[in-house]
Design a protein around this ligand. Structure first.
Ligand code: ADP
Ligand code: SF4
Ligand code: MG
Length: 331
């Protein structure tokens, strides 16, 4: 499978108050054509800044990045310099977490469709309208003609989220980035959105980067998963291996242990917090929370190890392999 996105050694720094903070460190990832890739990790780990900065949405006065990025066969040499503006909406479309803020309340839904199409497509207003109606129907929105005449504040959050997906799909980009798209909607709409995105992926072969901190959702949609912790991609593996006893990084193991379950009376929580940007130091950032930490962890250079079809950034990955993923089945 060839890739729609490849990222090699990508780092992002934030300049604030005359200091520089590492937000993302040497991230390497790829998304195959037609693949759904999940990205999980606690809040603040860098999931959103990863795609935002690569697509040139981080103010170059405050953010600086380095590394190799190739999106849809095109090299992004300097995201901060603006060579990504044309790629947004052409090579990648984005679905955001908060639909209320993604729409301008003073314009109708139809106006949003027309403006989006004007920037990226050579369609007449009539053509855009017809496509919008067809897509809204696909998103299970009843009376789409009526909805086009409505204002965002007249729609529910779930409806706006489906309208935002319709606008992203209308652009027909080979990659859709969905950043926590189901966080602000109820469980029924969550399921509906996941099933719509899967359908689009199946029918059109659209690649999807699905970002969430909800392991259950990621498990239900992704083919492959990346786990992020304090700016590092600490593990990646095929989605079927997102189970206790099958993952190789101590952080991924903890994430799995702290997921809520109907069969457990206690609500498990992961002790401690990830380091803030100012607290990040040399070595493995998970050290203070890791039950397997040893002295060498604080000087570990966070190099990637390959174990079966996992990539892992842990200096003890090989030696812990039996204990963490002792099923012996790594492929
Ligand atoms: N606009 C911003 N200004 C300053 N710091 C930011 C900004 N956006 C994000 N950050 C910082 O960058 C880090 C990564 O944030 P983010 O990518 O939003 O995390 P996630 O999406 O995983 O929750 C966090 O430490 C966050 O505080
Ligand atoms: S490098 Fe050390 S602290 Fe980090 S995850 Fe591995 S064992 Fe734990
Ligand atoms: Mg985020």
């Amino acid at each position: 499978m060839s890739d729609i996105l490849t990222v090699k050694n990508y780092s992002l720094k934030l300049k604030r108050d005359k200091r520089t903070y590492s937000v993302i460190q040497s991230a390497s990832m790829h998304i195959g054509k037609g693949e759904i890739v999940g990205l999980i990790g606690e809040s603040g780990s860098g999931k959103s800044m990863l795609w935002k900065s690569m697509l040139g949405l981080a103010d170059p006065a405050r953010w600086s990045c380095s590394g190799d990025i190739e999106l849809n066969g095109k090299r992004i040499s300097d995201p901060g310099a603006g060579d990504t503006a044309e790629m947004r909406g052409k090579d990648a479309a984005v679905i955001l977490q908060d639909p209320m803020n993604a729409f301008d309340q003073v314009f109708t839904i139809q106006h949003h469709f027309l403006e989006t199409a004007k920037v990226h497509k050579d369609w007449s207003d009539g053509e855009t309208r017809a496509k919008a109606i067809e897509l809204l129907r696909r998103m299970n929105i009843r009376e789409p003609e009526k909805v086009l005449r409505m204002y965002p504040f007249q729609c529910s959050g779930g409806m706006l989220q489906r309208i935002m997906i319709a606008m992203a799909v209308m652009l027909d980009t080979p990659l859709i980035i969905a950043d926590e798209p189901t966080t602000s909607v109820d469980v029924t709409v969550q399921r509906e959105i996941v099933s719509i995105l899967k359908e689009i992926n199946r029918e059109k072969g659209t690649s999807i980067l699905y970002i969430s901190h909800d392991l259950k959702i990621i498990e239900s949609i992704a083919d492959r998963i990346y786990v992020m912790y304090a700016g590092y991609l600490v593990e990646s593996f095929p989605a079927g291996r997102l189970q206790e006893g099958r993952v190789h990084h101590p952080y991924t193991k903890k994430l799995l242990q702290s997921r809520p379950s109907y069969t457990r009376a206690d609500l498990p929580v992961m002790e401690g917090n990830p380091p803030t940007l100012a607290e990040r130091q040399q070595g493995c950032p998970f050290t203070p929370r890791c039950e397997y930490a040893q002295e060498g962890c604080l000087s570990f250079d966070m190099a990637e190890t390959r174990i079966g079809n996992h990539t892992v950034r842990c200096c003890r990955a090989e030696s812990l392999s039996e204990e963490l993923a002792g099923d012996g089945e790594t492929r």
